[in-house]
Each structure stands twice: as C-alpha cells, then as structure tokens.
Design a protein around this ligand. Structure first.
Ligand code: ARG
Length: 459
C-alpha cells in the first residue's frame, strides 16, 4: 500500500520496492521521527490547523507506536519504504482519517532533514562522552607511570628521550580537538528545518518558532531550499569522525609497534589479542589492527557522502536517502572504537625496563650537547656540526657517545668541559625540558593534573 495513492495506478514492483526501501536502515530514526512529529502536531493544533483533540490523539498514539517499536512488536514492511511512512501508516491504521492530519504542512523532505539533525545531536553527545572516557583512560595510564622514560621517535628513528606519559598525553590533546570538532558541528546543525515543506515552505500558517522551542533548537533555518537539499552537517559530522578515527589509527600503530618483539615496550591484555590458528607462540594485537582497518571504512563513508552530494541540482533528490548508510556506519564504527579502547588502555602493562634500556642510548642526548654549546655562545649550526662530527668519531671507533674521555671529545668539540660528560643521563635530559609543552617531569605532572581536573566530572 503506497500512501501517495491518487496519482498512481500501479503498485511498485517487488524489485523496485526492494531497490527503493530505506526502512532496513532508517528504522533506527524512529524515536527522533516520533519526537519531531509530536512537536509538529502540537504546533498544528496551536496554530488552529487541526483540532486539539486530533492532536492529542495523534500525540498519544505516537507514543504507543514508539513503545511498540521499542518492544520489537512493530511490523516493518518494505512496501512502506521508510520510517516516516511506517509511522504515518500505523497512525492512520488506528486513528483513521484523523491520523492522516499529521502530515499537514510537512514533506518527508523536511521531515528527514529534521530527523537526521535530531539524531545527530544525540549521537554527538554520546560520542563526546565516549571520547572523554577514552581520554580519562589515557590520563589514568599516564598518571600511573609519570616517570617512565622512553625513546621518542621521528621518522621511526630514535630521536630524543621523552616521558611515556608525555606520549600518551599527545593523544589526549588530539582527542580533545576531536570532541571539540563534534561540539562545533553540533552547534551548526542545531537549526530547525521543519516548515520548509518539500522545498518552498508552506501556505499554511505554521508556527516554526514554536516547533523550534519545543525541540530545543537554537534557531529555525533561513532558507527552505537549503534546508531540504543540503547535507553538509552530515559531511561535517563524518569528517570529524574521520579525523577521530585517524587519531585512533595512529595510536593503534604505536601500540602495534610497542608490542612487537623489536620494541617490546608493552603487553596488551589477552582479551584484546588473538592467537594464530597455526603458530602457537603468536599473540596478535587484533583490536589495534582492526582499528586501523575500520578507520578506512570511516574514510569511505566520508568519501561516499561528499560524492553523493557533489552532483545534485537543488533541491531534494532521492540520492540523499543513501546518506544514512554512510552516517550510521561511521557512528557505529566510532562507537565500537570507543567501546574497546578504554578497557584496552586500562589493562595494558608496561615493560618499563625495556623502555628505559632503549632510552639509555646516549645518542638520544646528542641534541642536548649541541644546546649546551649554544648556551656557551656557539652558533647553533656550528654546534650541530661539531656534535655531528663527534657522533661520527664515535661510530668510526665503535664507541657509544658516553664512552669517550674529555680529551677525545675535544677533538671534535673543542669547547667541551667536564660538564659535557654528564649530559648523557636520560633522566636529566628529560628534566631539563622544562618549557610549557615540553616533556620535563614537572611540566608533564602539571599536564596530568590539568587533565585530571578537566575530566573529573566525566563518568
Ligand atoms: N526516505 C527518504 C530519505 O531518506 C525520505 C525523503 C523522501 N522524499 C521523497 N520525496 N521521496 O531521503
């Protein structure tokens, strides 16, 4: 049974019904669809467009429909296409002609624009909460190991010593921007599109302001054509998730390296790893690898949405129905990442001794020597050159940088003093990086307590 009846003489064929339906995926919008319809109907009565009793009957029946769907007692059928038609037809099934008043002054075009905004508002709140929880785990792990030193890498080569806590807090910062990108997206999408109709507004005296207030939007949309045609808010949302996923993928890559035999810095709990069906000794960091893999899917959703919109003439085109597949998949993927990551971080074990050993290579302190020369007035390029020659001198003789006498060091660094021989200690190298944002113990301790306070309210 198709609700648009009048103009049509043939039912859609089975194949076409299967091709056009969206109920298999947009049913997840039912709560928001019902919330929107309840506000719309309340307004219709207040504006004198439908009788008060009809509005009350529809509003009550909408709640019953919601309960039925909640309970799994609602019959979905692809011949009714989408969630909007299912709910409307259920209303009409119970209330007859009175139920058919619900769609006055509304089109599915502004209805879906509304539903998606309502859904994303709640979804964003959920995701931000998840991100805070994730940050809390990272901060907790940093706070448990505030003094652990490890090599920091550039080009995946040992670069300078850093605190493990500093490395983790780098991700806390990234996640913070992810949360703020989502919050920013929420601000922009929090405008109310209902009243835009199919594309041109309505001849009925709809009270858009009332619906706006009822649904807690900041404003009503200013252009009906824009309201039904654009999905930039969905693109922005998925793009924020793509960046978030990219961050988690990088963290995953760090963890994968750290639990490889070559690094051997950490051990992930068995619950987040699997074995090999063939090699009995294997313990693979699958959750991390899957996060890298799932990130590709989120990027795919972003590409799908951008491509979906790029060729559409104004205003609504049916292509837009496919937007939800990309949006939902990105939501689900982000939620899954947020569900597995905090417990994986909480249960990860450090192999502090291995990290320390890797960080004790005196070559990691080469920059400190160059900076010591700068403090003595040597121009940095000259200092860099001298220390480079010193490194070469040591390499040629198969010595570590801390295995020379002062006289030997002076062959390449004439300004060297006794003090230089003490520059190879990883602890003091870290401690001296005492600028805001640096890896110094005092600085990192401040950052840890900053984040502990900032996240204290998060459950
Ligand atoms: N299910 C549709 C979608 O998601 C709702 C809007 C349909 N509008 C239309 N004119 N066919 O886009």
């Amino acid at each position: 049974m198709a609700l648009w009846g009048g103009r049509f003489s043939a039912e859609t064929s089975g194949e076409v019904a299967r091709y056009s339906e969206s109920i298999s995926f947009d049913r997840r919008l039912y709560r928001w669809d019902i919330e929107g319809s309840r506000a719309h109907v309340k307004m219709l009565a207040a504006a004198g467009i439908i009788p008060q009793e009809t509005a009350e009957a529809i509003r009550a029946e909408l709640l019953r429909i919601r309960d039925k769907i909640d309970a799994g007692d609602f019959k979905f059928d692809i011949s009714l296409e989408d969630i909007h038609m299912h709910i409307e037809s259920a209303l009409i099934g119970v209330l007859g002609a009175e139920g058919a008043r619900v769609h006055s002054g509304r089109s599915r075009n502004d209805q879906i624009a509304l539903d998606l905004r309502l859904y994303l508002r709640d979804e964003i709140d959920l995701l931000i909460h998840g991100i805070r929880r994730f940050q809390k785990s990272l901060v907790g792990m940093a706070a448990e190991h505030p003094e652990v030193i490890m090599p920091g890498f550039t080009h995946l080569q040992h670069a300078q010593v850093v605190l493990f806590a500093h490395h983790l807090l780098a991700y806390v910062e990234m996640l913070d921007r992810d949360a703020s990108r989502l919050a920013d997206c929420r601000r922009r999408l929090n405008v109310m599109p209902l009243g835009s109709g199919a594309l041109a507004g309505s001849t009925l005296p709809l009270d858009r302001e009332m619906v706006r207030a009822e649904l807690g939007f900041d404003a009503v949309t200013r252009n009906s054509m824009d309201s039904v045609a654009d999905r930039d808010f969905a693109i922005e949302f998925v793009s924020a998730l793509a960046v978030f996923a990219m961050h988690t993928s990088r963290l995953s890559e760090d963890l994968i390296l750290w639990c490889s035999q070559e690094f051997d810095f950490i051990e992930l709990d068995d619950a987040f790893c699997t074995g090999s069906s063939l090699m009995p000794q294997k313990k693979n960091p699958d959750v991390c690898e899957l996060t890298r893999g799932k990130t590709a899917r989120v990027f795919g959703s972003l590409t799908a949405l951008l491509t979906l919109c790029k060729g559409l003439p104004l205003t609504y085109n049916r292509d837009l129905q496919e937007d939800k597949i990309a949006v939902f998949d990105a939501c689900d993927t982000a939620e899954q990442i947020l569900a597995v990551y905090p417990p994986m971080i909480d249960t990860m074990k450090l192999k502090e001794e291995n990290m320390r050993r890797a960080a004790s290579d005196p070559a990691l302190m080469a920059t400190d020597i160059a900076e010591q020369l700068v403090k003595m007035g040597v121009p940095f390029r000259t200092a860099h050159h001298r220390v480079g020659s010193f490194v070469k001198w040591c390499r040629e003789r198969g010595r570590r940088l801390d295995e020379t006498t002062l006289a030997e060091m002076r062959e390449t660094i004439p300004e060297a003093t006794e003090e230089f021989l003490g520059l190879f200690d990883p602890e003091s190298s870290v401690a001296k990086r005492d600028l805001v944002g640096g890896t110094g113990f005092a600085q990192v301790a401040k950052q840890i307590s900053f984040w502990q306070k900032a996240l204290a309210g998060e459950a």
